[in-house]
Write a protein that binds this ligand. Structure first.
Ligand SMILES: [Zn+2]
Length: 91
């Protein structure tokens, strides 16, 4: 078992765990992680969300979601979940 940072360092030949950590952050910010489309309450992903939808209602848990606040909380939670100190990759 390795940390996700060790795994990605090997995968992408990144020089250090710190650079891999930064890369994970960039990937999230570049949109590979659907921070706006993911319900922060239950995790359901709204595939139909448009850029013009500033507020939407989760079809799964019915929570009314502010797009920007939801995205900010999801990115925060993503960072906590993928903290290289805690995260593990199982092979
Ligand atoms: Zn939901």
């Amino acid at each position: 078992m390795k940390t996700i940072t060790q795994y990605l360092s090997k995968l992408f030949s990144a020089s250090t765990e710190a650079s891999t950590k930064r890369m994970i952050g960039f990937l999230a910010l570049l949109g590979f992680y659907p921070s706006s489309k993911t319900c922060g309450n239950c995790g359901w992903i709204n595939q139909e969300l448009k850029l013009s939808d500033r507020v939407w209602v989760c079809e799964n848990c019915k929570k009314e979601i502010d797009r920007d606040a939801n995205a900010a909380l999801n990115i925060r939670d993503y960072g906590i979940r993928f903290n290289p100190v805690n995260a593990k990759v199982v092979h």
